[in-house]
Design a protein around this ligand. Structure first.
Ligand SMILES: Cc1cc2nc3c(=O)[nH]c(=O)nc-3n(C[C@H](O)[C@H](O)[C@H](O)COP(=O)(O)OP(=O)(O)OC[C@H]3O[C@@H](n4cnc5c(N)ncnc54)[C@H](O)[C@@H]3O)c2cc1C
Length: 467
């Protein structure tokens, strides 16, 4: 007998390599449903804003292929989905697993309500390259060091992506909300219009185009990926964060392209090594769900981080007076993005020079980044702060001036954000209450750099004596 099925959308706004969609279609006509719940509302504003765009793009694509809209419901899945399944006569709710701790709680609450009844929740893998149960150390534990982890994933081989389904049968949408035009971030501090003016196209088609375009530049990726003044990286992180493309599709495509064009081999290899950092972050988060809140290495709980302080507030406002740091924070404020090299420098400045708790920076990034990813954000903040597994040692203190000379040698990136068009866009976001100076003010940075470094090393020495 043909049933209908619920496709419970989460971070999987795509047709390609979508195991939950394939399974739902095998059950019968499908109703794709997104539940706007408290966990979603609790996420950072830039990420929520970007989620609205992901929903709108998927809704348009679903409508183009089926003639129907997707359904958006407001409330909690545990309260809404069991009734919906009963009304539709659906026996299965399919979801591609997004193994973030908050989502796991939402899934557990739904499972609890479904109990032993006839409706079941089925979770499908798709957010990662390899299921974590396949990547274990010799003693059966999870890896804590990137290099052996990456080797193990390469040896296991990423799971093969599924093709997009040929035929779709859809149920008519219900509910009062429409996915197009939702404003999920009315509280955004700089106003959604700022991000909208600098947004990259959202949706699966844009993600696949971006992957394709990247291979035109992939040959230079190893040499240029650390240069914020050059468009050398893939820009896929936002699409990955919302599942508009799957990591398995990226993996398979990069391998194929490198096979066909051997000149791309080094670039594709380095690119996949970065994708493995994302994978590593998620495997770590699954092993240690407290990673966004607590240091991986427990002894670091006693490190004398400063809490909220005036210098940290200036940091969040891109007003430190240090050129590369302020340029990066301005980029993030205006676009919701920041180059990876600059993220490291900015994070190092907050945690080392300002000795400020990494969680203050983590939360600012969470609220500001359109590619916010709970695993990558937490792992990287702990990496820079020195308290994570396989972290950069605390005594590695980035010198923002040297970093700028090396990675922005002509000063183009800094100029754009401190004096050029980017500076104007940033100035337009400033609330009057901040009383910010009209232009960029350079601090007397040389003594600050040396002092900050000395202070950080002294704090480390005191901490080491006490542990
Ligand atoms: C303090 C800090 C916070 C960060 N927070 C996030 C975050 O919230 N979300 C996020 O997606 N990335 C985060 N990153 C990682 C990295 O900066 C971004 O993934 C990268 O800048 C995205 O640009 P891209 O897609 O062009 O990268 P590419 O260079 O094209 O890399 C390809 C993909 O590999 C993955 N990747 C690359 N570098 C890393 C890395 N260091 N850690 C984990 N995965 C990586 C991303 O999925 C990326 O899309 C953070 C890094 C730092 C230092």
């Amino acid at each position: 007998m043909t049933m209908s099925a619920i496709l419970w959308l989460c971070r999987d706004f795509r047709f390609d390599d979508n195991a939950a969609l394939a399974a739902a279609l095998a059950d019968g006509p499908v109703l794709p449903v997104f539940v706007l719940d408290a966990a979603t509302r609790a996420q950072g504003s830039a990420s929520r804003w970007r989620l609205g765009r992901a929903l709108a793009a998927f809704d348009a694509a679903w409508r183009a292929r089926t003639g129907e809209h997707i359904t958006v419901l407001e409330g909690e899945a545990a309260e809404l989905l069991p009734d919906l399944a009963t009304r539709l006569g659906a026996r299965r709710i399919h979801q591609n697993d997004w193994p973030a701790p908050a989502q796991q709680q939402v899934q557990a609450a739904l499972r609890h309500v479904l109990g032993e009844g006839p409706v079941r929740l089925h979770l499908h893998p798709g957010h990662l390259l390899v299921h974590p149960s396949r990547i274990r150390t010799g003693t059966g534990g999870s890896y804590k060091v990137y290099t052996p982890f990456a080797r193990a994933v390469r040896q296991a081989g990423a799971d093969r992506p599924l093709p997009a389904p040929g035929r779709l049968t859809a149920l008519p949408a219900g509910g009062d909300l429409r996915a197009g035009g939702l404003n999920l971030a009315p509280d955004m501090f700089r106003g959604a219009a700022v991000l909208a003016g600098h947004a990259l196209p959202a949706g699966e088609a844009a993600a696949l185009d971006r992957l394709d375009d990247f291979f035109d530049r992939a040959r230079d990726y190893p040499a240029h990926r650390d240069r914020p003044d050059i468009d050398a990286t893939s820009g896929l992180s936002e699409h990955l964060a919302f599942g508009e493309i799957s990591p398995r599709r990226i993996w398979a495509t990069a391998r194929l392209r490198a096979e066909v064009e051997p000149a791309l081999e080094a670039g594709a290899g380095k690119f996949l090594a970065e994708l493995l950092w994302r994978e590593f972050a998620w495997h770590l988060l699954l092993a240690f769900p407290q990673m966004p809140e607590a240091p991986w290495r427990p002894e670091w709980a006693a490190f004398p981080w400063a809490g909220e302080n005036a210098a940290a507030t200036a940091w969040t406002r891109a007003g430190t007076g240090i050129a590369l740091v302020d340029a990066g924070l301005r980029e993030m404020r205006v676009t919701g993005r920041m180059h990876n090299r600059v993220r490291m420098v900015v994070a190092s400045w907050l945690t080392k020079h300002l000795l400020t708790d990494w969680r203050i920076g983590l939360r600012h990034f969470e609220d500001s980044l359109t590619d916010w990813d709970p695993a990558a954000n937490a792992m990287n903040w702990q990496w820079v702060a020195g308290c994570g597994p396989d972290a950069s040692p605390f005594f590695r203190i980035f010198n923002p001036e040297k970093q700028a000379e090396t990675f922005d040698p002509q000063g183009r990136y800094r100029h754009y954000w401190l004096q050029g068009e980017g500076a104007l866009a940033y100035a337009a976001t400033l609330p009057a209450a901040w009383n910010s100076p009209a232009g960029w003010v350079e601090a007397d940075s040389a003594p600050l750099l040396a002092d900050g470094r000395a202070r950080a090393l002294a704090a480390l020495a005191t901490f080491n004596r006490g542990t």
